[in-house]
Ligand binder design. Sequence first.
Ligand code: ADP
Ligand code: MG
Length: 318
Amino acid sequence: MNDPTIPGGEFGLIAWIRQRSAPGGRVALGIGDDCASLRFTPGAEVLVTTDMLMDGRHFRLGEASPAEVGFKALAVNLSDIAAMAGVPVAAVVAVALPAGSAVAIARGLFDGMIPLADRFGVSLVGGDTNAWDGPLVVSITLLGEATSRGPVRRSGARPGDAVCVTGPLGGSLLGRHLRPEPRVAEALALAGLAPIRAMIDLSDGLASDLGHILDESGGLGATLDAGSIPIHPDAHAAAALDGRPALDHALGDGEDFELCLVLAPDDADRLLAPDPTRPTLIRVGTIDAGPGLRLRGLDGSVSALAVKGFDHLAPGGA
Ligand code: ADP
Ligand code: MG
């Protein structure tokens, strides 16, 4: 589509993107034709994920720069590939740009996105460029490849398994949500050390996201240990601002983009032994046979834990 509302021209912009996107070994055909064409490892499962970020919902242009939005748009997709212990390969990027400042915003977006793509070995192989009389919307589809171990799903947890996370949680809205560090290398390293029974990336909050593992694993439950949840300094800062406990922020804020993974108890013991050559891993709880999420408080008492993750379609949420 030729969009005359983009000053400088849509095709000039695409040429600029094309020139800055490094070709990858798996790319038979990149930007410039009607489709991109990729070579995957014969027999490997191809992973596909997409995430859309909308001004006013996931960020506010002004508070967040276009470069930060571009970084985050790719990072959240990389986090989904990490959650399957997969290898990211190639991205396509669809943008709806606010007419008037379309090219400046697009350049910022790609300035934020391309170095992250390069760092993770992702080739930018195509997209779609539009301008309109509306706010910025960015949608990235990321393709990846499972290793020979296959993708790690949400569905393999068993009673007695250990629930672990890869880093501290909470308070991401104070700014960290704009610069998540996708745990791609960490997931691949951990998957090489032990079978990961189930995994999910923490986008909605530990309580909500662990709930998906429990549901997909056949209606299991879990008990989290309040004293073991790693609380990010940002969660304490958020608590000081709004008076809610830092633990609530750690359990419910979301957009941490750490991984939550479930391991057999003996594998967990082995991987939790201190070793600076391994990714950070913190045990936060145990899978239970009985459904429901529970929290063991610092005094040892166990209570039901309400799930407070974000739901776009909840009443008042959209
Ligand atoms: P078509 O009309 O056939 O869909 P386009 O004119 O939209 O083609 O795009 C031309 C080429 O530029 C295609 O290879 C497309 O994938 C690529 N492209 C368009 N917009 C972007 C973008 N924002 N980022 C990366 N590649 C893009
Ligand atoms: Mg097109």
